[in-house]
Write a protein that binds this ligand. Structure first.
Ligand code: AMP
Ligand code: MG
Length: 380
């Protein structure tokens, strides 16, 4: 019997006007004796029912943000507190989406216009923290994570909502011309809340870090609102806090070459799992796939790596690192991961072969049938 129907049952028993079969023909004294007996037994039944089918206080809310489906999962008994938190987070997400959008009118588009004209611009605090973190991550990734290459990303036609695209790649000369101007985060100067670029070719596109930073801010907000057990998942990129009751949260990593789950990871308190890859957003033309991750050294989309998954306790760093490691590829991923302070890495190449760092290998569980080839790297 479910808790609801038990409650209904209890309500019916205690309602004096209700005619309950089996009780109507009883004499008053015996009637009361039976009711008392039932009242003693019912809490026991209720307790047993609870044990048999414990109902988890799980709340899920989907939100569309950053061109993807975000999902907040909260484990908490206080439904009112959860509803309030979800309403606040939903507004936060809308604000971030508007302020950080790379090509739709908003704070970032406005800022990009000003810096392209060589102007000093006063920036919104939420953009300022993205810029500050990006400058550090740009250096730690040896410039592979470079959100200053917005013009190159735009030239490739990746400032769009619908994927896959099917357009011819841009002219080689146009890419080379943009790249010759060497837009980089080191060109960006910050003074208080004022930002200026000494290079007008700089155009910000925070697509490789925005989800991570949004997830970090959301986790902070949840904690402020008294929620300590949750997953904030922005289209497969996520961070968790606390637990699911007595258990750790377990999450799936999408297969870069299929629809299903490649592996699952048990995520500890305050960790994030972020994946970058070539499988969702790309342009396909004349049989060639051009993924949305651009190698800033060549101005061309990455080749060879299907996806990189990292575990780290800060979303912004994990997000930027996953993107940088896709670009670093087989040759350089260990060096860049070390520089960025990342120890848990899974790299899947276009042939389907998997490379795991030793720390990742003890955390990941492959789903059947599993990859055909798995190799362990040297420790990071
Ligand atoms: P992600 O899915 O986190 O790997 O981010 C990919 C997005 O980041 C792309 O859609 C672009 O908007 C942007 N992006 C592409 N290449 C780079 C790069 N080398 N550095 C920083 N951002 C990039
Ligand atoms: Mg990223």
């Amino acid at each position: 019997m479910k808790a609801n129907s038990l409650n209904k049952h209890l309500g019916a028993l205690l309602d004096p006007d209700q005619q309950i079969p089996g009780l109507i023909s009883l004499k008053p004294a015996r009637h009361w004796l039976l009711v008392c007996l039932m009242l003693m037994i019912l809490p026991v039944i209720a307790a047993c029912e609870k044990k048999k089918t414990p109902r988890e206080p799980i709340h899920r809310q989907q939100l569309t943000v950053f061109g993807t489906q975000a999902e907040i999962t909260i484990y908490d008994n206080d439904t009112k507190k959860v509803r309030n938190a979800i309403a606040i987070i939903s507004k936060d997400f809308q604000r971030m989406h508007r302020d950080w959008h790379a090509w739709k009118p908003g704070a970032l588009v406005q800022l990009n216009k000003q810096i392209a004209q060589g102007k000093r611009a006063r920036v919104h605090p939420s953009l300022l923290s993205l810029i500050k973190q990006s400058k550090i991550l740009y250096q730690h990734s040896d410039g592979l994570f470079n959100p200053a290459i917005g013009k190159v990303i735009g030239l490739w036609g990746f400032h769009r909502d619908q994927f896959p695209a099917h357009t011819p790649p841009p002219a080689k000369a146009a890419i080379a011309k943009l790249l010759a101007k060497r837009p980089g985060m080191d060109d960006v100067l910050i003074q208080g809340s004022w930002v200026k670029s000494r290079n007008p070719a700089v155009q910000f596109d925070f697509g490789a870090i925005a989800k991570g930073h949004a997830v970090d801010l959301t986790i902070k907000r949840l904690r402020q609102l008294g929620i300590n057990n949750a997953i904030v998942n922005a289209g497969g990129d996520l961070r968790v806090i606390g637990k699911r009751g007595q258990q750790s949260w377990r999450v799936g990593v999408q297969h870069p070459q299929g629809q299903g789950i490649l592996a699952t990871i048990k995520v500890h308190n305050d960790e994030g799992v972020f994946t970058s890859g070539n499988y969702e957003r790309f342009n396909e033309h004349a049989g060639v796939r051009y993924p949305h991750i651009i190698d800033p050294r060549s101005g061309w989309p990455v080749k060879g790596i299907a996806s990189v998954t990292v575990i780290y306790n800060k979303g912004a760093v994990a997000d930027a690192a996953a993107t940088a490691l896709v670009i670093a590829g087989h040759k350089d991923w260990r060096r860049i991961a070390k520089r960025m302070g990342i120890r848990h890495v899974m790299l899947v190449d276009e042939s389907g072969a998997v490379v795991l760092s030793p720390s990742m290998s003890v955390r990941i569980r492959f789903e059947a049938p599993g990859p055909s080839h798995v190799r362990l790297s040297k420790p990071l």
